[in-house]
Design a protein around this ligand. Structure first.
Ligand code: NIG
Ligand code: FE
Length: 416
């Protein structure tokens, strides 16, 4: 049995005997900690923890690795509940076009944006796509991400959507960190279906979905509910079709305009609604009556200079809020969850406690991984972050540009 002991931990963050599934409203300010702590793991699972003042001592040294965490903070690793990291190439040219005055929507109308990525992806082999995506997975793990959701949506035909989902499956099979796959065929209308959205919806429902279900390639289904993409009615139709195959919904909602995506998601009992820049008071009431996780993607709002979603208002209204990266080539070319935490504090006025909860326990809930990840609790996976020597956990979002992650532990083993 492989055993690990972390001792002299300056602060052990988010410790629970019995962890809640998620934290909402005022509870988001709670971050139970133990100062001067120890933590033990057996075979990749957290087995016990406590204060160094009551450290029982080591009785069995066999196969035991000890890490002295003097001056360092130990916390649950980040769970990133929204990414598109399986893509081909990049879109720096559109970044420059936007600097020069074009909007994201204008670029998309010219055939850029998602369709630009779709063209690149269709020309890329599965093996090449796997190699590119694997590097991004390695990158985010070394930045402290210990579980990730990955969407398809840059294929936009059956063959290429399957190619992306098979790459996601191969990333899962690396057995590094938990990976959840989301089918996002309804990400955009491909060029060959221009003016024939109905034809593309038929393809999604009657060809893509059955093929994906047959190979068991998806855990969730997602729709980009937006002007020029898919309406709330179409979103509902797709989510309900996905449900027939056991796929729970997630929705890209209210990002560039108010499109009633939240309403559609709540009506279809989606697990997560993401973006929310144009979320209004009525939407907040709708979300309060549901179990959906309200998810903010601060990288996309920052990178595209969008108006900010009302995260503070949502928390003050009693909602649970998660923050994820949206790592993708068009609207958020970063999967750095520590940076997302800084944006949560600086731009959305979350306290460091709320920000830490928003990228750990609440994102775990959004991926239905809350029994395995998101808090320091006996029986959960030892997927942890050990920081460099810092004064307090508040220093993590404060020093927004610094790499403060000393080690990332995956199943109790040092990854970084
Ligand atoms: O989550 N909003 C839609 N989809 C992505 C962006 C995709 C892209 O521009 O490539 C997002 O922001
Ligand atoms: Fe997205």
């Amino acid at each position: 049995m492989q055993k690990l002991l972390l001792k002299n931990i300056k602060t052990l963050v988010s410790v629970y005997e019995n962890a809640p599934e998620k934290v909402s409203g005022k509870e988001m300010k709670n971050l139970p900690c133990i100062d001067n702590a120890w933590l033990a793991c057996d075979d990749g699972i957290i087995s016990d923890f406590g204060s160094m003042d009551e450290f029982p001592g080591i009785t069995d040294w066999k196969d035991l690795e000890v890490i002295d965490c003097n001056g360092k903070i130990v916390m649950p690793g980040f769970v990133d509940s929204h990414t598109h990291i399986v893509y081909a190439g990049n879109r720096e040219q559109e970044f420059i076009d936007r600097i020069n005055g074009l909007s994201y929507e204008e670029i998309a109308k010219r055939g850029g944006g998602i369709l630009n990525s779709a063209q690149k992806l269709r020309e890329t082999s599965e093996d090449e796509l796997f190699e590119q995506s694997k590097q991004r997975l390695f990158e985010v793990i070394s930045q402290g991400t210990v579980a990730v959701e990955i969407k398809s949506g840059y294929g936009l035909n059956t063959e290429s959507e399957l190619k992306i989902l098979r790459v996601i499956k191969r990333l899962k099979d690396l057995d590094l960190i938990p990976v959840k796959a989301t089918f996002l065929g309804a990400h955009a209308i491909p060029a060959e279906f221009k003016g024939n959205k109905k034809g593309y919806l038929d393809l999604i429902i009657n060809e893509m979905l059955p093929a994906i279900a047959k190979e068991k390639l998806a855990d969730y289904i997602d729709v980009f509910c937006e002007n020029g993409y898919f309406t709330a009615e179409e979103t509902k139709q797709i989510l309900l079709e996905g449900k027939k195959y056991g796929l729970k919904g997630r929705v890209h909602a209210e990002q560039l305009s108010h499109s009633n995506g939240i309403k559609a998601a709540v009506e279809c009992e989606a697990i997560s609604v993401d973006h929310l820049e144009f979320c209004n008071d009525h939407d907040i009431e709708l979300m309060k009556k549901s179990d959906v996780m309200s998810t903010i993607l601060p990288g996309a709002a920052f990178f595209l200079n969008l108006q900010l979603p009302p995260a503070r208002k949502m928390i003050d209204a009693g909602l649970p809020v998660a923050f994820a990266s949206d790592y993708n080539p068009g609207s958020s070319p970063s999967g750095n969850m520590k940076l997302m935490m800084s944006l949560a504090c600086i731009q959305y006025k979350l306290t460091p406690e709320e920000a830490i909860n928003s990228v750990t326990i609440n994102t775990s809930y959004a991926l239905e991984l809350q029994s395995r990840l998101g808090t320091i609790t006996s029986g959960k996976m030892a997927n942890l972050v050990i920081t460099k020597e810092i004064n307090s956990y508040g220093f993590l979002p404060y020093a927004f540009g610094s790499d403060l992650i000393d080690k990332v532990l995956i199943k109790g083993k040092v990854y970084k």
